[in-house]
Write a protein that binds this ligand. Sequence first.
Ligand SMILES: Cc1cc2nc3c(=O)[nH]c(=O)nc-3n(C[C@H](O)[C@H](O)[C@H](O)COP(=O)(O)OP(=O)(O)OC[C@H]3O[C@@H](n4cnc5c(N)ncnc54)[C@H](O)[C@@H]3O)c2cc1C
Length: 430
Amino acid sequence: MTDSSSSATPASWYRDSIAVQLEPTPVLQGDTRADVCIVGGGVTGCSAALHLAERGYKVVLLEAASVGHGASGRSGGQILPGLGTDIATVDKALGRERARDIWEMSREAVRLTAELIERHAIPCELAWGYLHAAVKPRHVKELGDFRERMARDFGYESLEWREGDALREHVVTDAYPAALWEGEGGHLHPLNYTLGLARAAQRAGVSLHEHSPVVELKRGEPATIITAQGRVVADRVILATNAYGKDLVPEMSGRIMRAANYMIATAPLTAEQAAQVLPRNDALSDANFVLDYYRLSADRRLIYGGEVSYDGRAPRGLEARIDGKIRRLFSVLNDVEIQYRWGGDVAITFNRAPDFGRLGANIYYAQGYSGHGMAMAGLAGKLLAESLGGDSERFDTFAAMPHRTFPGGRLLRTPLLVLATTFYKLRDRL
Ligand SMILES: Cc1cc2nc3c(=O)[nH]c(=O)nc-3n(C[C@H](O)[C@H](O)[C@H](O)COP(=O)(O)OP(=O)(O)OC[C@H]3O[C@@H](n4cnc5c(N)ncnc54)[C@H](O)[C@@H]3O)c2cc1C
């Protein structure tokens, strides 16, 4: 099953290994009053709900399907410092000082993830270690330059060079001429993490309603949020719908494009096979623009992601392409069964930096992590809570990042992204 966006949450290995049970999450019915209504039960929405409830707000969280239905419950599970774009993009747009602040906040996002997991005892298989792997000679130079620049301009010394035998101690393949290893990055079971945040939010007093899609937002002070069977009147609204948001708020949806990404999970590997793949249990992503990424689950499945499409339908030959890549990387996996396939949608901004902001006085949003939101969405929730609580400095540092609306609206947006990505795909082949 590789549909990426239908309202039914796809069968995935994540769905089949849920370890967190929520309290009942009834469909919203009738009228409710809230200080804050949050739309979207992914990491952004659940983290915002938790942090706001801890500050004493009365919070209603509405999720169209089930918690983790969107990208948060389908992702590669890699939690990494940085953004979906090189921090140089921020440097250029906002200057060195704010770029440093944003870089440090991206590191904080990873630490926050670990803290939340510990504080709320979330069983989500958190493990540390991440490889950013060169595929081509030009990547080797790019990674070397990146490492130097991060140390020089951002004081970031956590990128360690690996090649040859030292690299094979982390990943047993000849596919990569070199890699950067980062102890500050890691991986987790994204659906259990998201559910764990939702459970913590419920325990902090949040009213969570699943299967309650918001069909209309009436702006005003207070705002009215309307579902099929209910209504929330709220002083403030947080939109945390990311790529799954459709056109509830057109100003927001014009600033992102939706792209589907595809994942597989193999059958559990034997300990010997796992030692011939990722012996140190790192996560890895390659340095291509349209990148592939993978890691092992706690029960030693290879969880592998990559490939893109723009209409939500799986690209032709998808299965053979992914399977071929895995077998070429690791011959030890030649006969291993691929047991699960699923897809999910990422929201990409024009410059691939996340898009945080406000619409009018009382509507807040965070979206467009551009494939790099597992850690950052957790911090976004915390920054949203800070901002609603009256300290907007850190939220506004992100919100200062300029974002363009994709030209041509929904109809032209997709062909433009296809064109741009085709260019980069071709470049990946050089
Ligand atoms: C296949 C895949 C792999 C990825 N791998 C990684 C990775 O390894 N590392 C990484 O950092 N990032 C990764 N990402 C990106 C990351 O998952 C996202 O950036 C992050 O999960 C975004 O969280 P979110 O809460 O903002 O959005 P989502 O998790 O998408 O949540 C949005 C929610 O809003 C709900 N919703 C939408 N409209 C409405 C409505 N009208 N009413 C009520 N609810 C609504 C949806 O049902 C959905 O549950 C990946 C994404 C995908 C798809």
